[in-house]
Design a protein around this ligand. Structure first.
Ligand code: HEC
Ligand code: HEC
Ligand code: HEC
Ligand code: HEC
Ligand code: HEC
Length: 487
C-alpha cells in the first residue's frame, strides 16, 4: 500500500496558500480543557502552523486548467499521491476477465453477497443488483460507468455524474462558463449523454482554486445544502466559499460527495436533505415533509428510502468533529520531508498500514499503531454486532408484512403502520450500513441510531399482531443538534 515515494526535489520559491485561521472557540476550549486534551489540541494547532512545502511554479494555472497532469508539473508530490488512488490498499480488489460491456480488470468485493440481508432490504431497487466496496478516487468514473446500476433499464439521470468526475469542465461546457447553469443542464440529461462530457475522474480543480491553491467548493448541491444546514443552526445566508474557515474546508471539500442525497423534482436536482439539520432523524423528517420515497419494496410493498454514504453527516456527530478533527486530518495526513510537509493525496483508509496510522492518529494520540488498530477494531466489532441485531429484526419485519398481506391476517391499517415502521427502521439501518467508517466515525451515535432502528422493526412486528405500540415517538437524539462540521 502506501508506497508513494515522496521525491525530495523541492525547489524553494513559493510557500503555499496563506491560512485563514483557527476559530477562537478552539483556543477557548484549550483554556478550560484537561491536560490530555490540551496536549491534543495543541498538537492540532502546531500542526497547522508549520510551513507548507515550498515549490516552484512551472506552469500558470487558471480556471480552465482542468487536466490534473498540468497541475502535477507544479505539484509533483501531490500529483503522485493522487495517481496512487488507483491502488488496492484494502485488499478488496478481485481480478476479473474484462469484457466489451465491462473493460475493468478489477472489481471490488460485493457488499450484497457479503450481507444478503442488505440485498433483501433493497429488493425492487438497483442496489439489490450491484453494490460493491468503494475504492480510490481514480476509479470513481469507471466504476460508475460500468456498474450494473447504470444499465439502460435503470434510466439514471446525468445527476449521477456530479460526484464521480471532475465537474468544472463539464459544468463550463454545458453552461457556457456559468457553472450553476451547467449543473442544472447536466442533471436533466440521461446518464449516458452526461458522461460523454467527462474527461477525468475527480481532479485537483474539484477541490482547489487554481490561482491561490486554497480549498474551494465547486459543487452547487453542497453550497445549497450547507447553507440550509447552517440556517437550521441560526446562521443565515452562509456562503461557503466566503464564510467557511480553512478548518471547516478540510471537511467540506469531502462533504461535496460523501453525503446522503436525492434527486429533487423534474430537474433531477442533486439535493442534500439538511434543512432540519444533519442527523439521520433530520434527514428522515425532511423526506417525510417533502413526501419523498425512493422505491416500493418488492415484497412488503413498503414505500422506502435509500440511504447513501452519509460519511460527513455521521462524522459531524462525533467527538472528533467536536474537537475540530477533520476528514483531511485522518485521510490526508501530512508527510514530512525535513521541515516541509505535504498532505497525502493518496486518499484511503488511515488504517491501511502502520505508516498511515503513524502519520494520522499518532500525531494526536499518545499511543502505538497496534493499540490504535485494536481500538478501531473494537469499535467496528461492536458496531457490527449491533448492526447484526438490527438487520435480523428488519428481515423478520419484511417477511412478516409480506406474509400478513398474503394470508390476510392483518387489517389495512395494521399493514400501513407496519410498512411505516419498515420505512423508518430500514432508512436508519441502510444509513449506518452505507456509512463508510463502519461505526468508527461516530461510535456512540452509530450504536444509538441502530438501537432505535431495531425498536422500530420490532414495533412493526408487534403492530401486525395487534399490539398497540406507541406510534411515531421521536427519539431524544432528534433534539440534540451538533454544530455542522465541528468547528
Ligand atoms: C452526492 C455524491 C454522489 C452522487 C450524486 C452519486 N454518487 Fe456514487 N458514490 C459517491 C461516493 C462518495 C462513493 C464512495 C463511497 C461509497 O461507496 O459508499 C460512491 C460510490 C459509488 C459506486 C461504487 C460503490 C457502489 O456503490 O457499488 C458506484 C458504482 C456508484 N457510486 C454509482 C453511482 C450512481 C449510479 C449514481 C447515480 C444514481 C451515483 N453513484 C451518484 C458519491 C455519489
Ligand atoms: C467529487 C466527489 C468526491 C470528493 C470531493 C471526495 N470523494 Fe472520496 N470518493 C468519491 C467516490 C465516488 C469514491 C468511490 C470511488 C469508487 O469506488 O470507484 C470515493 C472513495 C473514497 C475513499 C475510499 C478509498 C478506498 O481506498 O477504499 C475514501 C477514503 C475517500 N473517498 C475519502 C475522501 C476524502 C477524505 C475526501 C476529501 C478530502 C474525499 N473523499 C472527497 C467521491 C468523492
Ligand atoms: C479521526 C479520524 C477520522 C476522521 C476525522 C474521518 N475518518 Fe473516515 N475513516 C477513519 C477510519 C479509522 C476508517 C475505517 C477504516 C477501515 O475500516 O479500514 C474510516 C473510513 C472511511 C471511509 C472508507 C474507507 C475504506 O477504505 O473503505 C471513507 C470513505 C471515509 N472514512 C471518509 C471520511 C470522510 C468524508 C470524513 C470527513 C467527513 C472522514 N472520513 C473523517 C478515520 C477518520
Ligand atoms: C478531494 C479533494 C482534493 C483533491 C482532488 C486534491 N486536493 Fe490538494 N489538498 C486537499 C486538502 C484537503 C489539502 C489540505 C489543505 C489545507 O489544509 O489548507 C490539500 C493541499 C494541497 C496543497 C498544499 C500543500 C499540501 O500538500 O498540504 C497542494 C499544493 C495541493 N493540495 C495540490 C493538489 C494537486 C496538484 C492536486 C491534483 C493532482 C490536488 N491537490 C487534488 C484536497 C484535495
Ligand atoms: C488532529 C488530532 C486527532 C487525530 C488525527 C485523531 N484523533 Fe482521535 N481524538 C482526538 C481528540 C481531540 C479526541 C477527543 C479526546 C477527548 O475528548 O478526551 C479523540 C478521540 C478519539 C477516540 C474516542 C472517541 C469516542 O467517541 O469516544 C478514539 C477511539 C480515537 N480518537 C481514535 C482515533 C484514531 C483511530 C485516529 C486515526 C485514524 C484518530 N483518533 C485520529 C484527536 C485526534
Amino acid at each position: 500500500m502506501s508506497d508513494d515515494n515522496v521525491s525530495a526535489e523541492q525547489p524553494t520559491t513559493w510557500t503555499g496558500p496563506r491560512k485563514k485561521w483557527v476559530p477562537v472557540v478552539v483556543l477557548v476550549a484549550v483554556a478550560v480543557a484537561s491536560v490530555a486534551l490540551t496536549w491534543l489540541l495543541t498538537t492540532i494547532f502546531d500542526h497547522k502552523q508549520e510551513s507548507k512545502a515550498p515549490f516552484t511554479q512551472v506552469t500558470e494555472l487558471n480556471d480552465t486548467t482542468y487536466d490534473p497532469a498540468v497541475w502535477g508539473q507544479n505539484f509533483p508530490i501531490q500529483y503522485e499521491g493522487y495517481k496512487a488512488t488507483i491502488k488496492d490498499t484494502d485488499g478488496d480488489f478481485i481480478k476479473v476477465e474484462p469484457t466489451t460491456e465491462d473493460p475493468r480488470e478489477y472489481h471490488t468485493l460485493s457488499r450484497i453477497d457479503m450481507e444478503t440481508r442488505a440485498q433483501h432490504m433493497w429488493r425492487g431497487y438497483a442496489f439489490a443488483v450491484d453494490y460493491t466496496e468503494p475504492r480510490g478516487h481514480e476509479w470513481a468514473l469507471l466504476d460508475q460507468m460500468y456498474t450494473k446500476r447504470t444499465d439502460e433499464q435503470f434510466k439514471q439521470p446525468g445527476t449521477c455524474l456530479n460526484c464521480h468526475a471532475s465537474m468544472p469542465e463539464v459544468y463550463d461546457k454545458l453552461g457556457n462558463g456559468d457553472r450553476k447553469a451547467g449543473f442544472d443542464a447536466m442533471n436533466k440529461l440521461s446518464y449516458r449523454e452526461a458522461v460523454q462530457h467527462a474527461s477525468s475522474s475527480i481532479a485537483c480543480i474539484d477541490c482547489h482554486d487554481p490561482k491561490t491553491m486554497e480549498l474551494t467548493i465547486t459543487r452547487p448541491a453542497f453550497m445549497e445544502g450547507i447553507k440550509r444546514a447552517k440556517a437550521a443552526e441560526g446562521i443565515q445566508d452562509f456562503d461557503v466559499n466566503r464564510d467557511a474557515t480553512n478548518q471547516e474546508m478540510r471537511s467540506y471539500v469531502c462533504a461535496q460527495c460523501h453525503v446522503e442525497y436525492y434527486f429533487a423534482g423534474e430537474g433531477k436536482t442533486l439535493t442534500f436533505p439538511w434543512k432540519n439539520g444533519l442527523t439521520v432523524y433530520d434527514a428522515m423528517a425532511y423526506y417525510d415533509e417533502v413526501g419523498w420515497t425512493d422505491f416500493e419494496h418488492a415484497e412488503s410493498k413498503a414505500p422506502v428510502l435509500k440511504a447513501q454514504h452519509p460519511d460527513f453527516e455521521t462524522w459531524s456527530q462525533s467527538i472528533h468533529a467536536q474537537n475540530g478533527v477533520t476528514c483531511a486530518d485522518c485521510h490526508m495526513a501530512y508527510n514530512r520531508e525535513g521541515a516541509a510537509k505535504t498532505s497525502n493525496h493518496q486518499i484511503m483508509s488511515p488504517m491501511a498500514s502502520e505508516e498511515a496510522i503513524n502519520s494520522s492518529c499518532l500525531t494526536c494520540h499518545h499511543s502505538t499503531a497496534t493499540e490504535m488498530k485494536e481500538r478501531v477494531a473494537g469499535i467496528q466489532g461492536r458496531w457490527q454486532d449491533t448492526l447484526n441485531v438490527s438487520f435480523t429484526a428488519l428481515d423478520a419485519l419484511i417477511n412478516d408484512i409480506t406474509k400478513a398481506e398474503a394470508d390476510k391476517t392483518a387489517t389495512p391499517e395494521q399493514l400501513t403502520a407496519a410498512r411505516d415502521y419498515q420505512r423508518k427502521a430500514q432508512f436508519v439501518i441502510d444509513y449506518s450500513f452505507s456509512e463508510n467508517g463502519r461505526g468508527f466515525h461516530a461510535p456512540a451515535y452509530s450504536i444509538s441510531i441502530l438501537n432505535q432502528a431495531t425498536d422500530w422493526a420490532r414495533s412493526g412486528q408487534l403492530v401486525l399482531r395487534g399490539v398497540d405500540v406507541q406510534n411515531g415517538v421521536q427519539p431524544a437524539m432528534a433534539e440534540q443538534h451538533m454544530p455542522t462540521g465541528g468547528r
